[in-house]
Ligand binder design. Structure first.
Ligand code: AMP
Ligand code: GLY
Length: 418
């Protein structure tokens, strides 16, 4: 389509990467963003006077925007896609009923049990006594049943850590008043699989690995993700075929059987256990920071693809993934993940040579320079024909960028499972 207009909903590094991939699409759409960020607005047009979803829909109609691409899950849980459908606006992102796969961990577990999709065993409890009764061994995995910005999960090695999380959930009501899941602890390397899903059809995208722990060697606390590696070669073909057969296809079929039609990115967080791949979680959007690693590998017309996909047709002829490795190194602010620091000037962005820099939590300060503005600050992403060259390029450019108290891992892409 000529004169295509698309709006991306979200404000983080994932949305920065999606906006850039859309801008680079041969259909050269005019790209808008909401709520966006200063860095995103260097590529995308800001909306004016939009503070909520109904105002966003009015804006989309008045600007004659053809497609809404949902980046962040919270808007989908608020009903962004349902509202788009009711107003006849094509949306890439599921309706609330589909987003429940991410929005409620209990909903997702019941879905997997119903459709025979491999996952760990679990119990759902609503008070601290039942929780204590349901924990039968350590390590145990405790998950608050609702959106908690990645903070509602605790992998507890012992009773002391479990008790402290139970107190946060039930006594301090840190996340709200939802149930708690006690999950079987699964062991193995983790992998992130992404699919484009349109009703009964799906297309599996380039797989990635997310480095969730704060420190090198997968030490320290869980974070939103300290880096990622992606490549079409990340997993061997047999394993990918097994994942498709036992997890992806049954999930897409299950949504159809449940009469829960789904259009959008679907993320499968998997543990590769000795008993085969098992689902840890679903997300109803692309992964962050995996998206920042995957998007630069796209060769073709993502914008044209998504416009057609939002109408229910997945056409794989629109793009392919380059046969490269892509490595994403996250720089986080001092105190992350327990807290974060804002207002530190970011130095060296101009010195970045080959890599792409996607901004997660930055803003322009009074001097005009970018400053930190959140926990994860930015992602430095580079590609290579093999894993090691991609790692070297990403770290060489990441070394150019700095700010007071910056946290980063030094083994992203180096610590690997194959
Ligand atoms: P989630 O938000 O459900 O993806 O959980 C966050 C992280 O906690 C995952 O990426 C895993 O590293 C870890 N985790 C979650 N569930 C389990 C499980 N059942 N067994 C072991 N680790 C888990
Ligand atoms: N990378 C983990 C997530 O997006 O949830």
């Amino acid at each position: 389509m000529s004169d295509m207009k698309v709006i991306v909903v979200g404000k983080g590094g994932r949305e920065h990467a999606i906006v850039r991939a859309l801008k680079e699409s041969p259909s050269v759409p005019q790209v808008y963003a909401w709520p966006g960020s200063d860095a995103i607005f260097e590529l995308a047009q800001p909306t004016t006077d939009v503070t909520c979803i109904p105002e966003l829909l009015n804006y989309i109609k008045s600007e004659k925007i053809h497609l809404c691409v949902a980046g962040e899950e919270s808007y989908l849980m608020e009903g962004l896609s349902d509202a788009c459908e009711a107003t006849g606006i094509p949306c890439w992102g599921p309706k609330r009923a589909g987003a429940m796969l991410e929005g409620s961990k209990e909903f997702a577990k019941e879905f997997m049990v119903r459709h025979n999709i491999p996952t760990g065993g679990y119990a759902s409890v609503s008070n601290i006594d039942d929780a204590r009764g349901a924990i039968t061994s350590y390590p145990c995995v405790l998950k608050y049943d609702g959106l908690a910005a990645g903070k509602g999960v605790a992998v507890c090695p012992d009773q002391t850590s479990a008790e402290s999380f139970l107190k946060e959930v039930f006594e301090d009501a840190r996340f709200g008043d939802g149930n708690l899941l006690i999950e079987e602890y699964l062991e193995g390397p983790e992998v992130s699989i992404f699919a484009m899903v349109a009703d009964a059809s799906y297309q599996i995208l380039c797989p990635a690995r997310d480095y969730k722990r704060l420190e090198d060697g997968d030490g320290g606390p869980n974070t939103g993700g300290m880096g990622a590696v992606a490549s079409p070669k990340l997993l061997d073909a047999d394993l990918l075929a097994q994942i498709e057969k036992t997890i992806v296809r049954p999930t897409v079929d299950g949504l159809q059987k449940d009469k829960n039609p789904y259009r959008g990115f679907l993320y499968f967080g998997l543990m590769l256990t000795t008993a085969g791949p098992k689902v840890i979680e679903y997300n109803c959007r692309f992964g962050d920071p995996e998206c920042q690693a995957v998007m630069p590998l796209i060769e073709g017309d993502l914008a044209g693809y998504l416009l057609k996909a939002a109408s229910g047709v997945l056409d794989p002829s629109y793009f392919t993934f380059q046969d490269l490795w892509s490595v994403c190194v996250i720089l986080a602010s001092a105190g992350y993940p327990a807290s974060s620091r804002s207002g530190d000037v970011i130095r060296g962005l101009d010195a970045v040579k080959e890599a792409r820099v996607y901004h997660s939590g930055t803003k322009r300060g009074d001097s005009g320079s970018f400053e930190t503005n959140g926990g994860r600050v930015l992602a430095v992403v580079a590609q290579g024909t093999d894993r090691e060259s991609a790692v070297e390029r990403a770290f060489a450019d990441a070394a150019n960028v700095d700010f007071e108290g910056a946290l980063r891992r030094s083994d992203i892409g180096r610590l690997h499972f194959n």
